[in-house]
Design a protein around this ligand. Structure first.
Ligand SMILES: Cc1cc2nc3c(=O)[nH]c(=O)nc-3n(C[C@H](O)[C@H](O)[C@H](O)COP(=O)(O)O)c2cc1C
Length: 211
């Protein structure tokens, strides 16, 4: 697939993945796309840890699952569907989230997106210098027919999971991307209407071009 707009419209979280190995050549392409992204001052403090080791993934999955049981599961069970998402589709998402929770470590490859902060405290700018790379990697994975999800839930147990991944002092993780061949098919993302979220000149005033 190489139409950028179609790729963007169908880059949704693919949480059910086959355990089949993913060629390193494709992972390299994804990483190259990541490293094309904008980043503050082009300082490129991003670091990417590839994890294939089953024991390391399982050690992180344990905390990921615990965070689901304690925080995320109850939240999903009680919240309303987001804009542009039907109750049925939201239910399917919930069950896919549960599936990924159980099978997180079975994704053949993880890319852990990190920043080497050194002695500096992480700020909003740190995130702004890594998530463009993460989004590029999500799009690249989609273009290559690979499934992927931006996940951050491990951060509810940041210290424990970063220790399990062996991150050195000063390096922090911002996302874990579990990657594999998808079991299902790619489909359009579910989003609300632009007219509900875009204003012109004054907060709350419609952007006329959308009417
Ligand atoms: C900051 C952030 C954190 C996320 N963390 C997780 C996560 O830990 N686990 C997960 O299954 N999905 C996670 N997601 C994926 C979102 O749930 C997903 O993007 C959203 O529901 C929209 O669905 P779609 O990507 O299929 O369009 C995260 C997304 C973002 C942007």
């Amino acid at each position: 697939m190489d139409d950028l707009f179609e790729i963007m419209q169908t880059t949704r979280s693919m949480r059910r993945l086959k355990p089949d190995p993913v060629p390193d050549e494709l992972i390299r392409k994804i990483l190259e796309a990541g490293a094309c992204a904008a980043n503050g001052g082009n300082t490129q403090r991003w670091r990417f840890l590839i994890i294939k080791d089953g024991e390391i993934k399982q050690a992180v999955q344990m905390w990921y699952k615990r965070a689901f049981e304690e925080v995320v599961g109850p939240r999903y069970a009680t919240s309303a569907p987001p804009p542009g998402v039907s109750p049925e589709r939201y239910k399917r998402q919930h069950s896919a989230v549960e599936y990924l929770t159980e099978h997180y470590h079975e994704a053949p490859v993880w890319i852990v997106a990190c920043i080497d902060e050194g002695t500096a405290r992480p700020t909003r700018w740190s995130g702004a210098s890594i998530y463009p790379a993460v989004q590029n990697m999500l799009l690249a994975a989609r273009a290559l027919g690979l499934g992927c999800t931006l996940t951050t839930r491990h951060l509810l147990y940041e210290r424990e999971t970063e220790a399990a991944m062996g991150l050195p002092e000063g390096v922090h993780s911002y996302a874990i991307l579990p990657i594999g061949y998808p079991m299902g098919r790619f489909g359009p993302v579910g989003r609300g209407k632009l007219s509900d979220i875009v204003f012109q000149d004054k907060w709350g005033q419609p952007y006329r071009a959308l009417n």
